[in-house]
Design a protein around this ligand. Structure first.
Ligand code: ADP
Ligand code: ZN
Ligand code: ZN
Length: 751
């Protein structure tokens, strides 16, 4: 720990009054800079010493940063005469309850990431940038005098009129009132001055905004699960396994209910893509609770409002994506992680934490139960359950008695698929449409075709910045790189200098082409395509989902966008168009992901009284994975995969960390990583190996050359014993100055 010596700011330092340290301490601050250490400052000249957990604005190398006080030591690490005072103290009180505060500090240490950047990532944007904490939202009560007023008489003050009307209807929370008058402050103040409304003294929890709707009677497996979760005291991790439609969400809801009666709060983490209006409506109606929603699609202000509603206790249920794991809750009672296997819980840049893993650590620190739910749990979670670390809860059937879909494979070898569809699948689709039912075709590939090539010389059009072919988007009349976004015109002929062949061909099939093939072969069947390209306009996705729900669309063609979170009761046929990508991939999680994804898609088929049918097109029908798939036996598949992971010393049997580096210069990443490896090996931690460096699987991306170094350890303790001194030492490698590098603990993939 050291103070940055900064000569440009000498004048400022010289202004500091003498004897600063005398008022009782120094400030040790986590500053959001890419350095794994803390910095000492003098407290401000006036006022109390800020407490740990409050934000301060500090001078740092000629700039100003928003840091977080982590300690108030009585002696600084360096000569106090060299310290400068903080510019400003931004908070009166710590921003986080103690347990969460410790979790965040622990996470910085576990992921070996600069603590100041971790705090910044844990805060809503405006607070990380130094905005004032908003006033805690209050509750408002209408007075007898207010009730006697006829709102219509407030014609000249429409905001007061609307607010009064809303209060008369029973709404109390500022969040709700803001929906009728976004700028509350002035009109509420006027109403208050007139004696018609008053802030609720002390009360932080409003009556439910809507009366909760009763849930269905639980089936025995659900009842058992709910009872187990309700009976848990302190930290208790559960793994709730059940296929899509088995009633997991209903279990969460009924486990949350009694908690709200006690005034406790629930935190529900879901993958980004599942955070749909349908889900929110369901929670709102069933619980009648005030929700706070937190995800990356929100405007910063909305996100801050949700965060503050959670922190003040106004929100009873917080639903959010991975970063919501850092939301302060004064009265946490339960944490749910739905679709716990979903890769989106792992942050892929900056502070690379895993939301599910931190949810478990948080549950332990806050002493609350944690429910991990999934149809296809991650191998990590299954392994933990096998070892007795998690309690298993199982929902074996579909709620409401629907049966599992039948699964069949379509052998694509030599069938002459047209636009990616085997004739057999086309016939099935036609039959389904004929019966007035719906089909869903899943293909996780945007655009028309992933490759444009010259059949005469083999030339393919690659991205100029990445080692990847460009995808042909016919409807947008361009070639697009799905890695970096580069776009270019569709060439009219081969660009190979001595070829120039004008008959270029596409290879592979994307959803656009699939849709075209349907149009050509089944012109009378009404189609809808759901992918990023067809839903970018606001409201477009909702319109398409409505068309599906109302039966106006007979076939849905979609990427993974269509798979998660949406319920399509009319779908009785699911076609998985291309399932082979993950079978023989170099990534150790590829097969797990593939199986999970296919089961997820299959979960859309067959609801209630209509059993569904799933067809999977493959060129490898004999692959052992498909045996388990046909038998709906994820457990058997997982057991086999786990054995392979054990043999290969891969997670969850041995922990990994990955050091990635990238630079415009092809040699620089390797030079840096070689030095990093030597440094690591020099630490001599028994059993920890530094493997590489090796080029990244996509070696050039966005114009940068990428390489990586894999660190493996026999167990977490020893891996972290090595990473502890290694990570800060990496900052000092000279060859690392001109390039970007990152350390990824428990990487989601090795790409
Ligand atoms: P999952 O979260 O596992 O996909 P849900 O909780 O969403 O399952 O349940 C699927 C459907 O079944 C929902 O429409 C839900 O309302 C309904 N459902 C859940 N539990 C029951 C039950 N015990 N009886 C009747 N219907 C139920
Ligand atoms: Zn050519
Ligand atoms: Zn590119």
């Amino acid at each position: 720990m050291n103070h940055p010596v900064d000569h440009s700011d000498k004048a400022e330092a010289a202004l500091k009054p003498a004897g600063q340290g005398a008022i009782g301490g120094f400030l040790r601050v986590a500053v959001p800079v890419p350095l794994r250490r803390l910095f000492d400052y003098l407290p401000p000249t006036e006022g109390d010493l800020p407490q740990p957990g409050t934000r301060v604005r500090v001078p740092f190398r000629g700039h100003h940063r928003i840091g977080v006080v982590v300690d108030t030591p009585t002696t600084p690490e360096v000569d106090p005469a060299r310290l400068r005072p903080v510019d400003q103290v931004l908070d009166q009180d710590p921003l986080w309850p103690t347990a969460l505060w410790h979790l965040i500090r622990w996470a910085a240490a576990y992921y070996h990431h600069p603590e100041g950047e971790v705090f910044a990532a844990a805060l809503p944007g405006p607070l990380a940038k130094g905005s004032r904490l908003p006033e805690p939202p209050r509750l408002w009560r209408i007075s007898d005098a207010g009730r006697a007023v006829n709102p219509a008489s407030l014609r000249r003050a429409p905001r007061q009129r609307d607010l009064l009307q809303s209060l008369m209807e029973g709404h109390q929370s500022e969040a709700e009132l803001r929906t009728v008058a976004p700028n509350l402050r002035d009109p509420l103040k006027r109403l208050h001055e007139r004696g018609w409304v008053a802030p609720e003294a002390g009360a932080r929890v409003a009556d439910p905004e809507v009366a909760p709707e009763p849930g269905p009677n639980l089936n025995p497996a659900q009842s058992e699960a709910v009872a187990a979760i309700r009976a848990a005291e302190g930290f208790a991790p559960f793994l709730l396994e059940g296929i899509t439609g088995s009633g997991k969400t209903e279990v969460y809801l009924q486990a949350i209910e009694p908690l709200l009666e006690r005034g406790d709060q629930a935190l529900v983490l879901v993958p980004e893509i599942s955070l749909t209006p349908q889900l929110l409506t369901r929670f709102r109606h069933r619980l009648g609770a005030r929700l706070a929603v937190l995800h990356s699609g929100l405007a910063e202000g909305e996100r801050l409002a949700g965060w503050e509603a959670a922190r003040s206790g106004e929100a009873q249920v917080v639903i959010g994506t991975r970063s919501a794991v850092f939301t302060p809750l004064p009265r946490p009672g339960l944490i749910v992680v739905d679709e716990e296997h979903d890769p989106s819980f792992k942050q892929q840049e900056g502070f690379r934490y895993h939301g599910r893993d931190l949810a478990l650590v948080r549950g332990d620190r806050e002493q609350v139960p944690v429910v991990l739910g999934s149809a296809t749990p991650s191998l990590e979670s299954l392994y933990n359950a096998d070892r007795g670390r998690y309690r298993r809860l199982h929902l074996p059937d579909r709620a409401g008695g629907a049966s599992l879909p039948q699964v069949g494979l379509i052998d694509m070898r030599g069938v002459g698929a047209e636009g990616g569809l085997a004739p057999a699948l086309l016939r099935e689709i036609a039959a389904v449409a004929e019966r007035g039912e719906q089909a869903l075709l899943f293909l996780n590939r945007r655009g028309y075709a992933p490759v444009l090539m010259c059949p005469s010389c083999g030339w393919t059009r690659e991205c100029p910045h990445c080692d990847r072919p460009l995808t042909l988007h016919q409807s947008r009349r361009m070639l697009l790189c799905h890695m970096c976004g580069h776009s270019s015109a569709i060439p009219v002929q081969c660009q190979q200098p001595d070829c120039g062949n004008p008959d270029l061909q596409t290879m592979g099939v994307g959803v656009e082409q699939l849709e075209n093939a349907l149009a050509a072969r089944l012109p009378d069947v009404r189609r809808v395509r759901v992918d990023r390209d067809t839903t970018s306009r606001k409201g477009a996705l909702e319109a398409k989902l409505d068309a599906i729900a109302e039966g106006r669309a007979q076939v849905v063609v979609g990427t993974q966008m269509v798979v998660k979170g949406h319920h399509f009761p009319g779908v009785t046929l699911v076609g998985v168009v291309a399932a082979d990508g993950g079978l023989y991939s170099a990534d150790f999680r590829a097969r797990e992901r593939l199986f999970q994804q296919i089961l997820q898609v299959a979960g859309r088929a067959g609801r209630a009284e209509r059993p569904g049918r799933v067809w999977v097109q493959t060129y490898h029908p004999d692959h052992p994975m498909f045996e388990h798939f046909k038998a709906h036996d994820y457990a058997a598949f997982a057991a086999e995969e786990l054995e392979e992971r054990r043999a290969a010393c891969l997670p969850p049997f041995a922990p990994l960390a990955l050091l990635r580096a990238e630079a415009p210069d092809a040699d620089a990443p390797r030079a840096f990583l070689e030095q990093a490896r030597d440094l690591g090996e020099g630490l001599g931690v028994d059993g920890v190996a530094f493997l590489g460096p090796a080029p990244a699987p996509v070696e050039r991306l966005q114009g940068l050359y990428r390489a990586q170094l894999l660190v493996t350890g026999p167990d977490r303790t020893r891996l972290h014993r090595a990473l502890g001194p290694w990570a800060p030492a990496l900052e000092g490698i000279r060859a690392g100055q001109g390039l970007r590098w990152s350390l990824d603990v428990d990487p989601g993939d090795l790409f």
